[in-house]
Structure formats: structure tokens, C-alpha cells
Design a protein around this ligand. Structure first.
Ligand SMILES: [Zn+2]
Length: 148
């Protein structure tokens, strides 16, 4: 899924569950669960060659910027001090994709990451249909914004 979906979900779970013993496994589980749904993201088309790697990297940085702004508005503004749970949850929500980034963007995969990335790949279902792949994610963002 898009980083926006994973960061908002991670922040939401962490701020709702509050304790790391609860939210760390929940955030990781949410990543694999969300990736299981057919979705569109900036990596869609990379393996088939329909999207160029440098294009995906630029889109990813734009998307991380959007994620940061949304996290700021939904979880940080109005909170006294740094809302650590939100930022930690958001970061954890991206860890499986960070671990896969060297393989996807640099064509380099350290051996110790291979089983983790294969586990990730087992859950990952993407669709080239943007509308089908984005609609559930936009609904997710609105629900999280509304609940937060
Ligand atoms: Zn993923």
C-alpha cells in the first residue's frame, strides 16, 4: 500500500493502543494485512518494467512528504509536546517497505533480508488499476482522520 496508508494506520494504532507491547505487533500485523488487499502504490509496475525506478523513487519521496504533513495535522497539532507514539507508530508502519527498498530501488538485497522480504512478498497484492487500488486506501485515510 501507499506509505500514506501505512503511516496513518501505524500512528492511529500506536496512539489508540498506547503501549508498545500492544502497538508494535499490531502495527506490523496491519502492514501485512493491508498489503494483502489488491492495491496501487508507487512500486506498482516496477517488477514488470512499466514504471521506471527513478520515477518510483521520486514519487516515494513526494508521498513521504504528504505522509509527514498528514501526520502533523491529524496527530501532532494540538498535542502538547512531541506525540512520540504517533511518529513511532508511523515509522514502524513503514519498516517492511524500508527493508524491501534496497531490493526494489537499488537491485541489492542483503541475504539476511531475503526471508523477511519473501514473507512480505507473500502478502503483497498490487493492481495496476489505479481507481480499484486507491479507493479503499482513500476510505481508510478518511476513517482514520475521522476517528482521530
Ligand atoms: Zn508493504
Amino acid at each position: 500500500m501507499l506509505s500514506i496508508s501505512h503511516t496513518l494506520t501505524g500512528a492511529f494504532l500506536a496512539t489508540t493502543l498506547q503501549h508498545p507491547v500492544l502497538y508494535v505487533p499490531a502495527v506490523f500485523a496491519s502492514h501485512y494485512f493491508q498489503d494483502w488487499f489488491p492495491h496501487w502504490d508507487v512500486g506498482t509496475g516496477l517488477s514488470s518494467g512499466k514504471r521506471k525506478r527513478h520515477h518510483a523513487i521520486i514519487m516515494e519521496f513526494v508521498e513521504l512528504g504528504i505522509s509527514f504533513v498528514l501526520l502533523l495535522f491529524i496527530f501532532q497539532l494540538g498535542y502538547p509536546g512531541i506525540h512520540w507514539a504517533a511518529w513511532i507508530g508511523a515509522f514502524l508502519g513503514l519498516v517492511p517497505d524500508f527493508l524491501e527498498a534496497p531490493r526494489n530501488f537499488l537491485k541489492w538485497e542483503p541475504a539476511f533480508l531475503k526471508p523477511i522480504n519473501e514473507f512480505h512478498g507473500y502478502f503483497h497484492h498490487s493492481t495496476p488499476k489505479i481507481l480499484v487500488g486507491l479507493t479503499p486506501q482513500v476510505i481508510l485515510w478518511v476513517v482514520i482522520w475521522w476517528l482521530s
